[in-house]
Design a protein around this ligand. Structure first.
Ligand code: C2E
Ligand code: MG
Ligand code: MG
Length: 740
């Protein structure tokens, strides 16, 4: 067979009109013997269309054995209901749908494909009969009279269509599949008909919701076009664009639906590729190709978003312009490639300094910019700016050279310095140029008044950082006093049990350790000034640990000196309490000092109970199990629920001094104090009143049987040597102090 002849065969199989003028291919005489090897109905006709050979599939299709058909014209076996062409017309068409008559008179609709060929110069035809599931054979479909030309044309249209046409019953099962199904999807019509419930398995899992929805809609009479992936018989997925429309019976009732589907894989792949290209282009348009950081375009967008969010949440946003000092020098001496690697290395270092949610960008050149959203205080921006500058302290190694870099940072804050993008940008740049003028390697805030505050605070924080190592921290102690009433009886009196005037003693039973900072320039700094900064910078953790160890050591020393066995109260900040190693630190402070745990009291504030209940409870329980007492400091000022008093292991309440100070003037405070003491006693808790300064406060608390008094009336917090003197006294004398 020549290549040309071969192509004509392919044409027929693809359903195109046979070119009659083509020379038919030649086949060997013995060829018809092989017909049985083909799994389709196939027969050989002579030049007049009479049967010469009939394979077994064809015999089965028509219901006759070979002998019953030999020599008879094929078209004579057409059904009486089918239009009957003459012999010439019959043989002139390469592909036509005909309804043949089975031996038992049943109609068999087939697509007849005729292929002319030669054997020893004689013309023969090869006829392929491909059965088609009859439209009318479906119980779901309206019966259209077979004889109408209309119906006949429709059938041809459906069968010759290039799109896959499927008829579905209302439950979705396929009733009919046109020949294009095989071409497009690879399944033979019979296979498709048998798919039934398994049809859904051929839809890509991610697209099944589409077909499910389409099915639901079409059952309600709605047409639609849907695109989904369908598994080809060879195992790969192809994209189908499928138009689904309902089918109605003669009464207008929906009895099924049909789908016209075409392969749109090429288009889809092109679309996907285009989307990838667009994404890539968008990425390139928004990112710096050298560092992969967002560029100016994305930066402006992020800043806009951050401002919107800050407006909603009433927060601040800092914008930082960060410019490397004298970077051009690097490019000039080491070359541009080294300059680029250096910028890359700088970007990685800077990235490590920012918080999650902050944006670092490289608008261009040796310039970086940051957006720090969700700030409560400009100081947070100052701290990050300082961290960024510190991160450059270590040299960079580029092409074997050590390179030292510094930078200048300008800071503008929304809403203090402006409430729109342009203003904030300009002001951050202005601030950055001022930082450069100030001699580089520094930061500058746009608002000059804030610069003073920022520098002061930063300087303060830096010196606080060194306070522990420079041994500038010290502990003061304030006594906690128990009121001991003793009544002595005059046994010589006439009247029995006549009490002589009672004696009242004020015994020191404990001390609160209070931190002080002996600053070289500022003198003694009170905790009210530095504890909040220590909390914000995390310095409170090492400081608190130092206090705990010192306080335990001191209490043990008093005992060893034979002074008095009193307990020591140590304040724990919330961040200290939340540290996972709190228990170990407390245990090691006790171990180191050899202080009996029953002399240690830890003061925590109510706010701790707003955090994870169970973890907090377990931690407190572990401390109690060690023999330590827990006191709630500043009771009445924090978290409003009292439920925690029952749920958590607490031994002591310290009434906040704000209630005590106004006891005589404010009846509410008196009532609250009375209530707290009564409630604490009913819960078996001890009460300490803080801030007692006046005689009437003391008397009132005494009448309520308050367990301990702490206040200036007995002593202010004092250094250890003074406190030792106090401990030597049997009883303290109240010295009222007037309230300022
Ligand atoms: P606090 O724990 O409630 O300590 C009691 C504060 O009340 C002390 O202030 C004390 O001097 C003051 N005070 C006591 N009696 C009177 C009085 O009669 N009148 C007046 N006006 N004040 C009185 P101080 O020492 O300035 O400490 C303030 C706060 O600093 C403490 O309040 C505590 O919250 C915190 N603090 C102190 N030392 C430490 C510490 O080592 N760690 C932690 N985390 N916080 C500490
Ligand atoms: Mg306290
Ligand atoms: Mg307190």
């Amino acid at each position: 067979m020549t290549a040309k002849k071969q192509s004509s065969t392919i044409d027929i199989i693809e359903g195109k009109q046979l070119a009659r003028h083509m020379t038919p291919p030649s086949l060997p005489a013995a060829w018809p013997n092989q017909l049985n090897a083909y799994p389709i109905a196939i027969c050989q006709l002579d030049k007049n269309g009479r049967f010469e050979h009939i394979n077994e599939h064809c015999q089965a299709l028509l219901g006759w054995e070979e002998e019953g058909l030999l020599g008879q014209p094929l078209y004579k076996h057409l059904s009486p209901a089918s239009p009957t062409p003459n012999q010439q017309d019959f043989l002139a068409h390469s592909q036509t749908a005909y309804t043949f008559q089975h031996k038992d008179e049943r109609p068999v609709t087939c697509r007849l494909t005729l292929l002319p060929y030669q054997i020893k110069d004689a013309l023969h035809y090869l006829a392929f009969l491909q059965p088609i599931v009859e439209f009318t054979s479906s119980p779901y479909l309206p019966a259209i009279p077979e004889t109408t030309t209309h119906n006949h044309i429709h059938k041809q249209l459906v069968e010759q269509a290039g799109d896959v046409i499927l008829l579905h019953a209302i439950d979705g099962n396929i009733q009919y599949a046109n020949p294009a199904t095989t071409l497009l999807l690879g399944y033979r019509a019979e296979e498709v008909l048998q798919l039934a419930d398994t049809l859904v398995q051929l839809i890509h899992p991610e697209d099944r919701h589409i077909t499910r929805k389409a099915h639901a809609s079409v059952k309600n009479g709605q047409s639609g076009v849907h695109t989904f992936r369908f598994k080809h018989q060879e195992g790969h997925y192809i994209w189908l664009e499928s138009r689904v429309s309902p089918l109605t019976d003669t009464h207008g009732k929906i009895c099924g639906f049909h789908t016209f589907s075409r392969d749109v894989t090429t288009r889809k792949e092109a679309e996907e590729q285009m989307q990838l290209d667009l994404d890539r282009l968008e990425y390139l348009a928004q990112h710096d190709s050298l560092t992969g950081l967002p560029n100016r375009v994305l930066f402006q967008d992020r800043l806009k978003q951050a401002i919107l969010q800050a407006r909603r949440e009433q927060k601040m946003v800092a914008m930082l312009c960060f410019d490397l000092d004298r970077f051009q020098r690097i490019n000039d001496t080491l070359g541009r490639a080294s300059g680029d690697s250096l910028l890359h290395a700088v970007a990685s270092r800077l990235k490590q300094c920012i918080r999650e949610g902050d944006t670092l960008t490289r608008p261009g050149g040796d310039e970086f910019a940051f957006i720090l959203p969700g700030l409560n205080d400009p100081q947070e921006a100052v701290r990050i700016a300082q961290t960024l500058l510190n991160s450059l302290q270590k040299p960079f190694v580029i092409s074997g050279h050590e390179v030292f870099l510094t930078a200048s940072v300008g800071i503008s804050i929304f809403p203090l310095d402006g409430d729109d993008l342009e203003t904030l940008l300009i002001r951050a740049y202005n601030a950055m140029y001022q930082a450069k003028e100030q001699g580089k390697n520094t930061f500058h805030l746009y608002t000059s008044a804030m610069n003073v505050v920022a520098f002061e605070r930063l300087a303060f924080e830096n010196s606080l950082r060194r306070a522990i190592e420079r041994e500038q921290l010290t502990l003061y102690f304030q006594p906690q006093v128990e009121i001991v009433e003793s009544i002595s009886f005059d046994y010589f009196s006439d009247k029995p049990y006549h009490a002589t005037p009672a004696t009242t003693q004020y015994k020191v039973v404990g001390a609160e350790a209070l931190l002080r900072w002996q600053h070289p320039d500022l003198g003694l700094v009170s905790p009210g000034r530095f504890i909040p900064i220590a909390e914000a910078s995390g310095l409170i953790v090492p400081m608190g640990e130092w206090v705990l160890r010192e306080a335990c050591k001191q209490a043990k020393k008093w005992q060893d000196q034979g002074l008095r066995d009193i307990h020591i109260s140590v304040n724990l900040s919330p961040s200290q309490f939340q540290r996972p190693n709190l228990i170990e630190i407390v245990a090691s402070a006790l171990e180191e000092s050899q202080l009996d745990p029953r002399y240690l009291e830890l003061e925590i504030t109510e706010n701790i109970f707003m955090h994870d209940d169970e973890v907090t409870r377990q931690k407190m329980q572990m401390l109690c199990d060690m023999g330590i007492s827990i006191a709630i400091d500043d009771f009445g000022t924090g978290y409003s629920s009292l439920l925690y008093l029952k749920r958590f292991p607490i031994q002591i309440l310290k009434i906040d001094k704000s209630f005590i100070m106004n006891l005589s003037e404010n009846p509410n405070d008196a009532a609250i104090t009375k209530g707290i003491i009564a409630m604490a006693h009913s819960l078996d808790l001890n009460v300490v009143a803080e801030g007692v300064q006046a005689r009437n406060q003391l008397n009132y608390l005494r009448s309520l049987q308050c367990d301990r008094i702490q206040g200036y009336i007995f002593s202010r917090p004092i250094p250890n040597d003074e406190f030792v003197e106090l401990l030597k006294e049997e009883s303290l004398t109240p010295h009222p102090v007037s309230t300022p």
